[in-house]
Write a protein that binds this ligand. Structure first.
Ligand SMILES: [Zn+2]
Length: 112
């Protein structure tokens, strides 16, 4: 027995695809896709959306409610150190390069 969910895309049932056709002749419908849970979609959004399009349709329809769950009223900040390093180009000439170093992890990136 496998678990499944119906796709949450608000317009899923309006897409003209063969796999959505249900019912008998004279009484046919396009039905929302059923998504079977598997190792690839278990515990992530693809267990409730059948496609990128349905995922996007959902967000465009409900974005205000989604944002209301976790509104951002102030910007977030990542503590960094900016260091100027001297490097050498392919000709062997030295040049200065700003490097951003994160403080809480060892990630670093070059400022473009
Ligand atoms: Zn869908």
């Amino acid at each position: 027995m496998s678990n499944y969910n119906w796709c949450h895309g608000p317009n899923c049932h309006t897409n003209h695809t063969q796999d959505r056709i249900r019912g008998v002749k004279g009484n046919k419908v396009l039905r929302t896709r059923k998504i079977t849970e598997n190792n690839w979609n278990r515990g992530n959004v693809w267990s409730v959306f059948c496609s990128q399009g349905c995922y996007t349709d959902f967000f465009y329809k409900y974005w205000q409610q989604v944002i209301a769950i976790a509104p951002r009223t102030e910007p977030k900040e990542t503590p960094i150190e900016v260091q100027v390093e001297t490097r050498t180009d392919w000709r062997g000439n030295p040049y200065k390069q700003k490097v951003i170093k994160s403080i809480d992890n060892q990630d670093q990136s070059v400022v473009g």
